[in-house]
Design a protein. Structure first.
Length: 536
């Protein structure tokens, strides 16, 4: 890092805090203002925040690392997200926006009962703390250490405190607008790395000939250990529905939209943005692999692909832009998880305990929850290096093992009015038992008992398909075997009972629908084109 690089990074921090201060002056007076930005966000802010909060620093490092190790196939999760975001915008958004809920657990209580709400709230908060916060903090420390020469602990502490401060005082509005600004910064950094990497290798044709066409094939055989085409086609959408359509971390941005049209357009915009990681985040990993194979780059491990490219190829000033891009990805994810966790703690736990709490008390509780999360993040830093990479991977898989039943409960509940609370509870219980059982068996592998070993060795995406199907089957069976839900649990909460909006809202919806349909069709065509071009 040269003086010019440090100036670029300092300007990034100054700009981030300036944006947070300006936009958050009037967002802290009420719970709606603090947790949902006054429900007044436009489509661009919603879409940019969806994209930026999803792309964390560990996301960038991990995508490039997997690209270096095995090629472009990992980009399927990014490409598939575009289709799932259309599902969010066209199918889920009308229910969420019209229900007026603050959180996804609250929506489950509206549709079913308090049991599913508490399950989702507690599971979400715990998983955010144990995975998203810890992973993001660790990635921040690595970025500081690898590219800036700052001690791991010092760098991680700086990022946690800086992000915590503007999240604490600004609420979701500060998060949304800083996310939008940070989207441009991280994209600029990624474009710089990709362009200079391609130039260093000699262009696209030279890259393909250097690594072989197999690494550019998005569709891998069904026997592929990580990304079989069967798992991508059937398993990835299930995990995508959970993450993009039902997870508080993501959906909170849609809940902050001004109206249904702005929410839908934000989701469509984010769908287009999710087609860029293939070229801007995964491709640099392939470039790093090619340069390493030719002896022009030192690459000790695949996950060092992006830092190695930035450190060895970028001149002064541009390196600062890339570091700012990594910090933008890091801080946008961390601020989002801080705010989402605080919202869950306040609205799903504290408000149930104190239903008469004032707006000011709810905001203060959210701020206190953010402080606790920041302190937990700081306390977690010394523990990160005590956890082996193997167990760390298992911690990440916890969310994946619980996501299919959650996706099933939301999806079936919206499609089928007969689904009831007992059915939802049974599906969530089954998912917890099977998912936790899979985790325990993995932790104790290799296993002597053949059936248990076979269960633990099922491909991750194939397991998601099986768990999703089992959850739906149990939910349907238990719902049919018990009493139908009362009318208030289905009114406006299923596709068959969703009432038409007011006449003026219908007119606005009709005017916007034609353009949104055209954009959605264009997005599907873009996805199809990418699948076709990058297929063997």
């Amino acid at each position: 890092m040269t003086t010019l690089d440090w100036i670029v990074v300092a300007l990034y921090f100054a700009l981030t805090f300036a944006v947070a201060i300006v936009v958050s002056r009037r967002s802290r007076d009420s719970a709606g203002g603090y947790f949902l930005a006054g429900r007044n966000a436009g489509w661009f802010i919603v879409g940019a925040s969806l994209f930026a909060s999803n792309i964390g620093a560990e996301h960038l490092v991990g995508l490039a690392g997997t690209g270096a190790a095995s090629g472009l196939a990992v980009a399927q999760f990014e490409i598939m997200a575009g289709i799932v975001l259309l599902l969010l915008g066209w199918f889920f958004v009308p229910f969420y926006v019209r229900s007026g809920v603050y959180t996804m657990p609250e929506f489950l209580e509206r549709r079913y009962s308090s049991g599913p709400r508490m399950y989702l709230a507690v599971v979400s908060v715990i998983s955010y703390v144990l995975t998203k916060i810890s992973v993001t903090i660790a990635a921040g420390g690595i970025v500081f250490e690898a590219l800036m020469g700052i001690d791991f602990w010092t760098g991680a502490t700086v990022v946690v405190l800086a992000t915590g401060v503007y999240t604490l005082f600004g609420g979701l509005k500060a998060v949304l607008y800083t996310d939008a600004m940070q989207m441009f910064v991280l994209l600029l950094g990624a474009v710089v790395v990709t362009a200079l990497g391609l130039h260093a290798i000699g262009g696209w044709d030279a890259l393909v000939s250097a690594v072989g066409p197999d690494r550019f094939d998005l569709w891998q055989p069904s026997t592929h250990p990580d990304f079989p085409w069967t798992g991508i086609l059937f398993g990835a959408p299930i995990l995508g529905i959970w993450y993009w359509c039902t997870d508080q971390f993501i959906v909170q941005r849609v809940l902050a939209a001004r109206n249904l049209v702005e929410a839908r357009r934000g989701a469509i915009f984010a769908g287009f943005m999710k087609q860029t990681p293939l070229f801007l985040f995964v491709l640099p990993g392939v470039i790093a692999y090619a340069l390493a194979e030719s002896g022009r780059l030192t690459l000790e491990s695949p996950d060092q692909a992006l830092p190695a490219l930035a450190a060895q190829l970028l001149p002064a000033g541009l390196r600062g832009i890339v570091v700012a891009g990594l910090l933008a990805a890091l801080m946008s994810s961390l601020s989002s998880v801080f705010n989402s966790s605080a919202t869950l703690v306040t609205m799903d736990l504290y408000k149930r305990w104190r239903p008469a709490a004032s707006e000011r008390q709810l905001v203060v509780t959210g701020q206190m929850a953010t402080v606790v999360l920041v302190l937990f993040g700081l306390a977690w830093i010394p523990l990160m290096k005590l956890i082996s990479s193997e167990i760390y991977t298992y911690l990440q898989s916890v969310q994946a093992y619980i996501s299919p039943p959650i996706a099933a409960v939301f999806l079936v509940g919206l499609l089928w009015p007969r689904a009831n609370a007992k059915g939802a509870g049974a599906a969530l219980a089954l998912g917890f038992v099977l998912g936790f059982g899979r985790l325990v068996l993995e932790l104790n592998s290799p296993l002597a008992w053949a059936p248990a070993a076979a269960f633990a060795e099922i491909n991750f995406l194939h397991f998601a398909v099986l768990l999703f199907a089992a959850s739906i089957a149990v939910m349907i069976a238990v719902s049919l075997a018990s009493a139908a839900p009362p009318p208030e649990k289905t009114r406006d909460l299923t596709i068959a009972t969703l009432r038409q909006p007011a006449p003026e809202a219908q007119a606005m919806e009709r005017a916007a629908r034609r353009g949104d349909i055209a954009l959605s069709v264009l997005l599907v065509l873009v996805v199809a084109a990418i699948w076709t071009i990058f297929s063997g």
